[in-house]
Design a protein around this ligand. Structure first.
Ligand code: ZN
Length: 159
């Protein structure tokens, strides 16, 4: 079966930086609903399109094709007293952008004295990445999976 919109692709994935140093490697295969549901990067979906079980490749992605360029306006510094107790580096919190803006996820990157430095950029923003993957299986998505916008069952969402 070929990979097309509304198929469930089970794959193993490895993400490395441009020098090939591994950043993230899936321990378990993951199941993705493909077809523009935002379950993976568009560049990965484009590479999968029309392929079949057993397909393996490595993509060299520029930041624009991966997680975008860094936006330094998403780096914010706040007073430690404004935080819930227990805030620490490596944690994350959602902050509203302005009075009525959308919530944005910020990672706590540094705590220095009374200030906390937050970064709303994706941790991989601004990086060129080598993404390697191998397709383990391909099947048609169920109506329920399409309605939910994600894969169910083995290596998918459980609810
Ligand atoms: Zn679901």
């Amino acid at each position: 079966m070929k990979i097309e919109k509304d198929t469930i692709v089970t794959l193993t994935l490895k993400v490395a930086d441009h020098l090939g140093r591994v950043i993230e490697a899936s321990k378990e295969p993951m199941a993705l609903l493909v077809g523009g549901y935002g379950n993976t990067l568009p560049a990965i979906e484009a590479a999968l399109e029309g392929q079949e079980k057993g397909f393996a490749t490595t993509l060299d992605l520029t930041p624009e094709n991966a997680f975008g360029e860094r936006d330094e306006s998403k780096v914010r510094t706040l007073a430690k007293k404004d935080f819930p107790p227990g805030v620490k580096v490596g944690g994350a919190l959602e902050l509203r952008e302005g009075e009525s803006g959308e919530f944005q996820l910020y990672n706590v990157v540094k705590i220095k004295g009374d200030t906390v430095m937050l970064d709303g950029n994706h941790p991989l923003a601004g990086m060129s990445l080598k993404v390697s993957f191998k397709v383990i299986s391909v099947r048609a998505a169920s109506a329920e999976e399409i309605a939910h916008g994600h894969a169910h069952g083995d290596h998918g969402h459980h609810h």
